[in-house]
Design a protein around this ligand. Structure first.
Ligand SMILES: NC(=O)c1ccc[n+]([C@@H]2O[C@H](COP(=O)([O-])OP(=O)(O)OC[C@H]3O[C@@H](n4cnc5c(N)ncnc54)[C@H](OP(=O)(O)O)[C@@H]3O)[C@@H](O)[C@H]2O)c1
Length: 227
């Protein structure tokens, strides 16, 4: 795994799963696996970060707002970021409809449709470009862009499974906030962490547990990377 370089933010992966590590049913239904208390904790976590990032599939399937919604409004809404090589985020998505509440950065591949990019930008989103890597956009470039151009020092990654896996495989996850609900979704459910292509157990990313709390019916476990 790569050591953390100074040209990237501190990166936390947040994940909400069933007991058996699934983030959604086979059809992609994920609302809501965890209870209200856990979801409020996630909003507090968002408020503590400069940026909140998801993959294009989550943006399309869940159509989330990705804003901080708490009784007390945050000092500043984090920058919402979507890894979206082909610009699949719809102009009518909730992300686009809530631009007055929080800024949105879409990171596309350099060969993405520039007309689509211009449409999204004229509607108020920011579109930046990054090179393609082996598994989606090149993460080192995306993280450097977030830190250097957008002043994101603390980044919260909120999935889905493929983004979580590629970030873990790239060694760029410093902390994990894992919310675990007492339900079971079975092997056909969508994996919380996508394929890591490990060659041996020794290659598995390892973390040390630093906290466990009960949040309503769910468990909230925190882990720090062992470097
Ligand atoms: N329970 C939870 O905590 C939770 C949280 C989030 C999502 N979900 C669920 O997760 C499911 C979606 O997860 P998913 O694994 O299918 O997709 P995902 O991780 O949300 O998105 C993957 C897509 O992101 C784009 N991408 C660009 N650069 C990437 C990179 N470097 N690494 C990985 N992806 C990159 C690719 O699409 P392009 O090629 O088009 O760019 C890729 O197909 C949904 O069912 C959603 O409900 C659950």
């Amino acid at each position: 795994m790569n050591a953390r370089s100074t040209s990237r933010p501190h990166v936390t992966l947040k994940i909400a799963t069933s007991l058996d590590g699934r983030i959604a049913t086979a059809s992609g239904e994920s609302r809501w696996i965890t209870g209200e208390e856990a979801r409020t904790a996630v909003h507090r976590l968002r408020a503590e970060h400069d940026g909140v990032l998801i993959g294009a599939e989550t943006a399309v399937v869940d159509d989330p707002e990705l804003t901080v919604r708490l009784e007390t409004a945050p000092v500043r809404q984090p920058l919402r970021i979507v890894l979206d090589s082909r610009l699949r985020v719809s102009p009518s998505s909730r992300l686009m409809k809530t631009l007055a509440i929080a800024p949105l950065l879409i990171v596309a591949a350099r060969d993405a449709d520039r007309t689509l990019a211009a449409q999204l930008e004229s509607a108020g989103a920011r579109v930046d470009f990054a090179p393609r890597g082996l598994d989606g956009l090149e993460l080192d470039d995306v993280l450097a862009l977030l830190k250097d151009t957008h002043a994101v020092d603390r980044l919260l990654i909120e999935g889905g499974g493929r983004v979580a896996a590629s970030c873990l495989a790239a060694g760029c996850i410093d902390r994990i906030e894992w919310f675990r609900a007492p339900i079971l979704l079975g092997a056909e459910g969508r994996a919380g962490i996508g394929p890591l292509a490990l060659k041996s157990l020794a290659d598995a990313p390892r973390f040390a547990r630093v906290a466990v709390r009960e949040v309503g019916p769910d468990l909230w476990e925190s882990y720090e990377r062992i470097s």
